[in-house]
Design a protein around this ligand. Structure first.
Ligand code: SF4
Length: 569
């Protein structure tokens, strides 16, 4: 960490709560709002409005006009490398008392009843309120900053909003030492690598970063006795917007994304808070203001051609973690590490191809499942990337040879098993699969971005200009599970028919209504929940992609020893 770095007292207090949380928030700049953080903002709404005089330097200690109560008081110490914005300070001449607001309750010390207290056996043990260690550290550091600014600080106050309780914290050497020791430990932590997660700790249950940190999932991979708790929210509540109609415009007003048609008439008004991704197909327009607001909210925007080719993705700048990127570059430089990822994704893909054929093919030759199982097995033990590629190719040849047998209608008869190489695709099924793979690439890029990984540096797929190689790696196990499966279900249910495609001399493309039908089937598939075979909880396919992207990041950082990708039976 650079010497000139100023640590906010709030971040140092996070270190006292959990070093990994501190690292995520202070070093990597990762933050996820939760009900608790929103409630905290509400409690702070008044003290977060600065008083007119907000810096100690501006204050004249003898001046009667200076506010006695100063909100959002900013203090900095270059010597300590520390900065703070105090919720509130009560200042009287040269005496200052920091007041810190907390939305929750104080810690309760359980005490045994006095031995001579008769008749109390049925009563709950007496308790009295105490500050939480994190709160002590924060007011301790604020005290030190006030003292450096030549104030005398006799005590600090913690206001716990849930109980409307003002708790006085005496200022003494113990408080100062505790605060300084935590500051030093936090600086040491920031100079190292991301700490490991807490083990089976109740703090993780309410931690807003739990879906990113994955404490139980990471610990389960290294310590077998850990059983993951279902603490990652299982539902996918976000909105994934896809707009495709020519002339449509995307803008923002207030806290909403507004979609208007070519005549400026409002088509859709979507609350910004719920949007997770946005994809624009063909000649859809988007305002600069909308791009800025979406980037500010960390919402990626994908631009696709009308035929479904991924052209560009706007990737907000916050999606960078130096540690993760460094680990990604270093590990993939090691041929054995690249091979380990390649083996894992390709073996899982072949297993999933086999399952899809077994589930949907009406007359699958008996030898096919065994042949694919053998290819998966060999891919999982291959000694080089080229050998993995060989088994992937063998499996693909078997799979696409029998692929058409999964379709009940005449589209299957028309399917060109070599059509995966052609642009535009030659028939409706290939056209649907191409669109599905493009959307899957976009989803994988978004998932990798959330895991702070660089999509263009992969292991199995070679990096080339404009190629999201790691996204292509991540999507391998999901091609049959999501991409091919959407095509099989949509054609077999009659959601996609011949009328949804236009034929030209060069190939086959969706009509507008065909694309609408495709995206409806696509959205449902991404929201379908499945049980993770190792962690045993249910997640949507979209969340499953993010989970696997984060597990790749954990593996690259050395937090988990090996990789396993989703396979279904
Ligand atoms: S989930 Fe647990 S281990 Fe992870 S950052 Fe939060 S408190 Fe720390």
């Amino acid at each position: 960490m650079p010497d000139e770095m100023l640590w906010p007292t709030r971040n140092v207090a996070e270190y006292a709560y959990c070093p990994r949380l501190f690292y995520y928030m202070a070093v990597e700049g990762t933050f996820l709002p939760s009900a608790d953080t929103e409630e905290g903002n509400h409690v702070h709404r008044r003290v977060d409005r600065p008083s007119k005089a907000t810096t100690v330097d501006d204050e004249d200690t003898g001046d009667e006009s200076r506010p006695k109560i100063v909100r959002s008081l900013a203090l900095t110490s270059d010597t300590l490398g520390l900065t703070a914005t105090l919720d509130l300070a009560e200042i009287n001449g040269t005496v200052a008392i920091p007041v810190e607001y907390r939305k929750g309750r104080p810690k309760r010390q359980v005490m045994a009843p006095p031995p001579d207290d008769p008749g109390e056996a049925d009563q709950p043990p007496l308790s009295h309120p105490e500050p939480w260690p994190t709160d002590r550290v924060q007011v301790g550091l604020q005290t030190i900053l006030l003292e450096e600014a030549h104030y005398t600080v006799p005590n600090a106050i913690l206001y716990y909003a849930s109980e409307k309780l003002r708790l006085t914290v005496p200022v003494d050497d113990a408080l100062r030492s505790e605060a300084l020791a935590t500051l030093e430990a936090a600086k040491q932590c920031a100079a190292g690598t991301r700490p490991m997660p807490l083990i089976n700790d109740s703090r993780c249950v309410r931690c807003s970063l739990q879906p990113i940190c994955l404490p139980d999932e990471v610990n389960q991979q290294r310590l077998e006795e850990i059983k993951p708790r279902q603490i990652w929210p299982p539902r996918d509540e976000g909105i994934h917007l896809v707009t495709q109609k020519e002339g449509v415009k995307i803008g923002v007003r207030g806290a909403s994304i507004r979609v208007t048609d070519k005549d400026g008439i409002l088509v859709k008004d979507v609350p910004l808070a719920n949007v997770e991704t946005l994809a624009l197909l063909g000649s859809v327009q988007i305002s600069t203001q909308a791009v800025q607001v979406l980037a500010d909210k960390s919402i990626p925007v994908a631009f696709l051609s009308a035929a479904g080719r991924l052209i560009a993705i706007i990737d907000p700048l916050d999606s960078v973690s130096a540690d993760v990127r460094r680990a990604q570059v270093r590990r993939f430089d090691d041929p054995q590490a690249a091979l380990a990822l390649a083996r894992a994704v390709i073996a899982a893909k072949i297993v999933n191809q086999r399952t899809l054929l077994q589930r949907n093919h009406t007359s699958l030759p008996e030898t096919v499942p065994a042949d694919l199982a053998a290819e998966a097995d060999k891919a999982s033990q291959a000694e080089s990337l080229d050998v993995v590629r060989g088994h992937e190719g063998q499996a693909a040849a078997i799979y696409f040879e029998h692929f058409a047998g999964m379709f009940k209608g005449h589209e299957g008869l028309e399917f060109d098993k070599n059509g995966r190489q052609r642009r535009p695709p030659p028939d409706p099924i290939n056209s649907c699969i191409s669109m599905a793979y493009t959307m899957l690439t976009h989803e994988c890029v978004a998932a990798l971005r959330q895991a702070r990984l660089e999509p263009s540096i992969g292991a199995f797929h070679v990096s080339r200009p404009g190629r999201p190689a790691l996204a292509l790696d991540l999507m391998e196990p999901f091609r049959p599970l999501i991409g091919d499966s959407v095509a099989v279900a949509a054609f077999n249910r009659g959601e996609l028919t011949e009328g949804h495609f236009i034929r030209t001399a060069s190939g086959c493309m969706f009509t507008d209504s065909g694309r609408r039908a495709f995206f409806s089937a696509w959205g449902r598939r991404m929201e379908t929940e499945i049980t993770h075979p190792i962690f045993k909880y249910r997640l949507s396919y979209r969340r499953m992609l993010v989970l696997h992207a984060r597990m790749i990041a954990a593996w690259l950082l050395g937090e988990v020893p090996s990789l396993a990708f989703l396979t279904t039976r």
